[in-house]
Design a protein around this ligand. Structure first.
Ligand code: FAD
Length: 298
């Protein structure tokens, strides 16, 4: 199904509304980079309205069935379908119980209207360094499942964002699922962001995942957004945590290390200097909260 759309506010494009997955794959194969994928639309309509990224075709996922799930697979982890919204994410009992960083990233996200429309997948595919769920997903570790006419492939989240607004997705691929490995009973995670007012996009966000053993951190993943062209891990700082008890002196070392690993820029939401100073503090607080296992959304 397709229809032409234009209005005084929107440039002209052809809206494609596939009803089945094979139909969607055919359209992607045919139009490739002449086509944009429309999911919740909270980011895409802004590009289209701003005329800064208009393609002749827009493929809406609205009529595709069976993609709006969040499933916990015992022993295997969490599966998030392409159309699952932020609202679904924060209501899911397994997400709040076992994937605290992801739950918190959804809890602090936008406002109720945006949370009802925006999808977790759209957040990842938007490839913005300020994206909140993306920051949590990088800390937790996950795979993005991409599908085209020939089949599916999995891309590790560490390899997914290539630069600002650029992902590993090929033009004929649809991102269909996010797979997060199951945490151990001793895994802890947390997310925190800084905004001017609640509804703003982040000026800085941080997520951590810690593998703890009797107060000692065995392994850590630390993701920071808004300090580079993509959300990034600070691997030297992660290494400092390995095999260490988390105490005040270690937290100070971590804060200093973080400042050395990032090179933020000035933009309309914050300054490079502020981000440089504050990133270490937020990392420190997020690690302390994760290690103490106290949620920020209770
Ligand atoms: C008022 C407002 C508040 C916001 N607040 C926040 C916030 O607090 N935190 C935050 O991180 N973001 C925020 N955003 C940004 C935006 O809502 C999110 O990035 C959102 O998750 C995008 O999801 P979506 O489903 O709306 O994506 P869309 O707008 O539909 O798509 C976004 C991008 O992803 C691509 N895409 C989407 N799905 C797929 C797929 N399955 N396969 C391939 N490509 C795909 C699209 O082509 C497009 O390039 C806000 C936006 C608005 C308008």
């Amino acid at each position: 199904m397709s229809s032409h759309m234009s209005s005084r506010g929107l440039p002209e494009f052809e809206l494609l509304i596939p009803r089945t997955s094979p139909e969607a794959m055919d359209m992607l194969a045919q139009h490739r980079d002449q086509l944009s994928i429309l999911n919740g639309g909270t980011a895409l309509w802004n590009y289209v309205r701003g005329r800064n990224r208009v393609t002749p075709y827009v493929l809406s996922l609205s009529a595709l069935k069976g993609l709006d799930y969040i499933n916990e697979i015992p022993g295997d982890g969490l599966r998030i379908g392409a159309k699952a919204t932020i609202a679904q994410l924060i209501e899911h009992p397994a997400v709040s119980a076992k994937y605290a960083a992801l739950h918190e990233s959804g809890y602090w996200f936008g406002n109720p209207t945006v949370r009802n429309m925006a999808t977790v997948m759209g957040n990842v595919l938007r490839a913005s360094p300020s994206a909140d769920c993306s920051c949590a997903l990088l800390a937790l570790g996950c795979q993005v499942i991409l599908q085209n006419k020939s089949g599916q492939r999995a891309v590790d989240i560490d390899d997914f964002w290539l630069s600002y607004d650029v992902t590993a997705r090929k033009p004929d691929e649809l991102a269909v699922e996010i797979r997060i490995p199951e945490p151990k009973a001793t895994t802890r995670s947390a997310f925190q962001r800084l905004t001017r007012v609640r509804q703003d996009l982040a000026k800085l966000n941080v997520a951590v995942r810690l593998e703890m053993d009797k107060g000692v951190c065995q392994q850590a993943r630390i993701a920071i957004g808004c300090v580079g062209p993509t959300t990034m891990r600070v691997k030297k700082t992660e290494a400092l945590l390995q095999g260490k008890a988390i105490n005040d002196s270690l937290l100070e070392q971590l804060a200093t290390s973080v400042r050395g690993e990032i090179s933020p820029i000035d933009d309309q939401r914050s300054t490079a200097l502020y981000r440089q100073q504050v990133a270490g503090v937020i990392v420190k607080r997020t690690i302390s909260r994760a290690a103490a296992d106290k949620g920020a959304t209770q």
